[in-house]
Ligand binder design. Structure first.
Ligand code: ZN
Length: 292
C-alpha cells in the first residue's frame, strides 16, 4: 500500500463517519466575511501543504531534509484533537493532522485575543470559564456535531486579527514539526528501545529547533514561546478532562513544557525563557484552569 492509498482509505472512512463536519472550512468562511480576497484565496488552498508545511520544510537544513523524503502530509475531518505520523511501508510515511485540532488551536488563539481586549477595555468581571468552556464542551462531546464557537472579532483591529492567524499557524506548524520529528528521529525503528515518553520529549525538542529556524528567518513577529504555548491549551484540556496518570506512557503537557524549558535554552531568547517559565508557574495552579 502507498501513503496516498492509505490516506484515501482513511479519508473515505472518516468522511463517512463524521458527515460534513469541516470546522476548518467554517473558520475560513468566517474569515472571508471578515477579510477580503486575500483570505478567500487562502480558503481555497490546501492548508497543510500550502500554508503550514512550506516555511517549515524551508527551515529544515539540507542534511535533515534527506531523512524526510517520502512523507505525505494531509488533513482529515476527524473529530478528535490529535495529529499523528504513520509508517506506511519501508519508504513512505503519512502525517495526518486532524482538522478538529487545527480549528481548536485557531479558536483558542481567538479567545485569547478577544478576552485580552475585553480585559484591557475594563471588562474585568469576565470569568475565565465564560470564554474557555465552549472549547471543553466541543472536546467533551466529540461526536455531537458541535461546531466550535464563533466570536465577534469586529472590534479587533486588522492587525490583531492577522496576529490571531499568525499565532495559530505557529502552533499548528509546531504540531506538524513534532510529527515530522518522529520520522526524522527514526522513532518507527523497532530497534529503538526508547519509551514513548522519551520519544515525545525528543520530538518536541527537534520540532522546536526547526521552529527556531522559521522564527529567525521570517518577517512576522512570532516568538518560539508562541509555538510552545500550545501546551497551555493541552494543559487546560487535561485540567478539565484528566491528566495522563503517573504510569501513563504519555507525558503531561506541563512535563513537555518543562522539557523544552530545560533542554532548548540555546535557541530560546531571554523573553521566551521568561514567558515559558511563567507558563509553567501558572500551570501549577491547577484550580485556576478548572472550568465549572
Ligand atoms: Zn508525538
Amino acid at each position: 500500500m502507498t501513503a496516498k492509498e492509505m490516506y484515501e482509505e482513511m479519508a473515505a472512512r472518516y468522511i463517512k463517519k463524521t458527515g460534513n463536519i469541516d470546522p476548518l472550512r467554517k473558520i475560513y468562511e468566517k474569515y472571508v466575511t471578515n477579510f477580503d480576497a486575500m483570505v478567500e484565496k487562502i480558503s481555497k488552498m490546501d492548508f497543510a501543504n500550502e500554508i503550514l508545511a512550506p516555511p517549515l520544510i524551508t527551515a529544515i537544513s539540507a542534511d535533515d531534509k534527506k531523512l524526510l523524503k517520502k512523507i505525505l502530509i494531509k488533513t482529515l475531518p476527524i473529530d478528535s484533537i490529535n495529529a499523528h505520523s504513520i509508517k506506511v511501508n519501508d519508504s513512505e510515511y503519512l502525517v495526518v493532522l486532524n482538522e478538529r485540532l487545527l480549528s481548536l488551536i485557531y479558536t483558542y488563539q481567538e479567545i485569547q485575543f478577544v478576552s485580552a481586549q475585553k480585559y484591557l477595555k475594563g471588562e474585568r468581571d469576565c470569568k475565565f470559564s465564560k470564554y474557555y468552556s465552549p472549547l471543553i464542551d466541543c472536546y467533551l462531546t466529540p461526536n455531537s456535531n458541535k461546531t466550535l464557537p464563533v466570536f465577534d472579532l469586529s472590534y479587533l483591529s486588522m492587525q490583531l486579527r492577522l496576529m490571531i492567524g499568525y499565532n495559530s499557524i505557529a502552533k499548528e506548524q509546531f504540531v506538524l514539526a513534532h510529527e515530522l520529528a518522529h520520522i526524522f528521529l527514526n522513532h518507527f525503528d523497532e530497534a529503538d528501545k526508547k519509551t514513548f515518553k522519551e520519544k515525545e520529549f525528543e520530538a518536541d525538542i527537534q520540532a522546536l529547533r526547526w521552529m527556531a529556524n522559521i522564527v529567525e528567518h521570517r518577517e512576522i513577529p512570532i516568538e518560539l514561546s508562541t509555538c510552545v504555548e500550545i501546551f497551555m491549551l493541552f494543559h487546560l484540556i487535561e485540567c478539565n478532562l484528566g491528566f495522563p496518570d503517573k504510569d501513563a506512557t504519555h507525558p503531561a503537557s506541563i512535563e513537555r513544557l518543562t522539557n523544552i524549558y530545560q533542554n532548548c535554552g540555546d535557541v530560546l531568547s531571554n523573553e521566551d525563557k521568561e514567558f515559558i517559565g511563567s507558563m509553567i508557574m501558572n500551570a501549577c495552579d491547577i484550580d485556576s484552569f478548572i472550568i465549572e
